[in-house]
Design a protein around this ligand. Structure first.
Ligand SMILES: [Zn+2]
Length: 363
């Protein structure tokens, strides 16, 4: 199959053709210069790296009714928030089925990797890995030990199964907990992440000490806070739909202008479908609504490029022969790829899934 149109990847946007054989790229080049001589099926479209959903809590997909009203803290704060009650009341089988349903939806949407904050200790991480068995999506799990103060045995157990630890926030967790967790993550070459400035502004001196690998939200961060985050070299995951549900928005325009490394996530599965495409469109429109417009190119990078760098797979963000993750073909007009992708992509326009190549879920 020959796709003629454009490529959008970590090298930017260019007019191009991409030739696939059995789902793999065998040739790319300027339109009209392919070696196929018109003998194969030709489609018009945009070829992009497969997107990554960079922040989810898939466990709470088990909650299927409209969440009660109230501040986000009442809903998701450990250990007694609404979601933790639902998690505690649900059977393991129900949670596995709900998570598997969410992962399946992401696969159909072309998502090739997900970074999930998984609560419920080591058992929670094991449950997520079981739910993802044999699905063609890379799972990156940031687990969370349950006991406070931290019990070294439990922390070690979680870190054995997980790719790192994802904590609630510096407001919810003591300095001691954060330091212990960060040190254990470093020692084992794993990632340390936490939420920051979601409902109220927090001092960067708190959430940047110890320095995390990932901060989630920063919806209430001031511009000088964002500068401090950039100076610390920390990547940020933003979730505009989740924030909007509680009347706030991350300042995406400032993040773009300051040059932060930003990734996009869909956050709690009890609030929103884990659709990266809906998140992209909302982020674009929401920034206009707030009169702080962000560019479509910045958002496209947040879903398609930055997460692969964070995951240590920068080659997956390139559309070229030999890329380790198969790209997506989206049947959209190729004249203005970032705008088309961010505002118009829906599942029926995604051509592929070819056999995804690469590893299936799990590590
Ligand atoms: Zn979160």
């Amino acid at each position: 199959m020959l796709v003629e149109g454009a490529i959008l990847d970590s090298d930017g946007v260019r007019r191009a053709y991409v030739r696939f054989r059995r789902g793999r790229i065998v040739e790319t080049g300027r339109p009209g210069t392919d070696s196929g001589r018109g003998r194969e099926r030709k489609v018009r479209g945009i070829v992009v790296p497969s997107p990554v959903n960079a922040h989810t809590h898939l466990g709470d997909a088990v909650s299927t009714r409209e969440p009660p009203r109230g501040p986000v803290s009442k809903l998701v704060q450990p250990p007694h928030g609404f979601k933790f009650r639902i998690l505690a009341e649900s059977t393991r089988a129900a949670k596995v089925a709900a998570i598997r349903g969410s992962l399946g939806r992401m696969v159909r949407d072309g998502v090739a990797a997900v970074v999930d904050f998984r609560e419920e200790g080591a058992a929670g991480v094991a449950l997520l890995r079981a739910a993802a068995a044999r699905l063609p999506i890379r799972l990156y799990v940031l687990g969370r030990p349950v006991a406070r103060p931290i019990e070294p045995e439990e922390l070690a157990e979680v870190l054995t199964l997980a790719d790192g630890i994802g904590l609630s926030s510096a407001r919810d967790e003591s300095d001691m907990t954060r330091r212990t967790v960060a040190r254990a993550c470093r020692a084992r070459g794993k990632r340390f992440a936490l939420h920051a400035s979601e409902a109220v502004r927090e001092d960067p001196d708190d959430y940047l000490d110890p320095c995390p690998d990932l901060l989630v939200h920063l919806a209430k961060a001031r511009e000088d806070d964002l500068e401090q985050v950039r100076e610390a070299g920390v990547t940020v995951a933003v979730c505009p739909r989740s924030n909007a549900l509680f009347g706030r928005q991350p300042d995406l325009a400032a993040m773009e202008r300051l040059g932060l490394a930003v990734m996009l996530g869909t956050d709690n599965a009890m609030f929103h479908a884990p659709s990266i495409w809906r998140e992209l469109e909302f982020a674009y429109v929401g920034s206009r609504l707030r009169r702080r417009p962000v560019s479509a190119a910045f958002l496209a990078r947040a879903a398609l490029v930055e997460p692969w760098r964070w995951l240590g797979l920068p080659d997956a963000a390139r559309v070229d022969v030999g890329t380790p993750v198969q790209p997506l073909v989206v049947r959209l007009p190729p004249e203005d790829p970032p705008y088309q992708l961010v505002t118009r992509t829906t599942q029926p326009l995604i051509l592929r899934r070819f056999p995804p190549g690469g590893r299936s879920a799990g590590r």
